[in-house]
Design a protein around this ligand. Sequence first.
Ligand code: SAM
Length: 232
Amino acid sequence: MPTISYLERRGELETYFDRTAVEAWSKLTSDAPLGRIRATVREGREQMLQTLLSWLPQDLTGMRLLDAGCGTGPLAVQAARRGAKVLAVDLSPTLIGLARKRAATLLEAGDLEFRVGDMLKHELGRFDYIVAMDSLIHYTARDMTRVLGLLATRSERAVLFTFAPRTLPLALMHMVGRAFPRKDRAPAIEPVSPAVLHRLIDSETTLAAWHAGRTKRIVNGFYMSEALELTL
Ligand SMILES: C[S@@+](CC[C@H](N)C(=O)[O-])C[C@H]1O[C@@H](n2cnc3c(N)ncnc32)[C@H](O)[C@@H]1O
């Protein structure tokens, strides 16, 4: 059962990613020129995307993959190109519309589907791999761990996700962020120390059979995120 804090944050994220941030997010995930700060974010995101993809088998033919919180769909597209049957889901109808437009040719082939909604919806089905790139970073560590537990019950092989590691540079970045007017701000990112996150994962009953595996922190200018792999 999702908690009230999860549902509240989900509502804020839907508004933010479907209205406030659509233009910025569309630009960030395209080839359009960016200012210096955002360019570092784009580069960092690309490194993270390639890290997560490198943790999946090279040949994904016949594997089912859920891109949980897909945004404009960059990971979904690359996984589908490697043969996976991809279901990509996001709260934002506008970002899903953009993702469909960008992936029109692949969509015709039938191995990629974009859907609007919550990644926790049961009817999405079961998957070999579930990947959540930067889509859980706005939830508290407790809510993120519960979400991982629920996602894990629907995965046969691995759940790959990223979190915001609690570090001094990240805290400073958030302080800078707080200097911007409230209306332009994203819902807060919820940093967590890797040690605390590992303890929460160890104590989550739905993750009892799962092991924390590879981990990789990407730091590039204003982008900082850490990937973690959960495997059976
Ligand atoms: C920072 S963006 C990352 C998008 C994409 N994964 C990427 O890396 O390009 C986070 C996305 O997660 C989505 N999201 C957050 N919570 C979600 C939920 N509970 N179910 C589905 N999507 C969610 C948001 O709508 C947003 O598009």
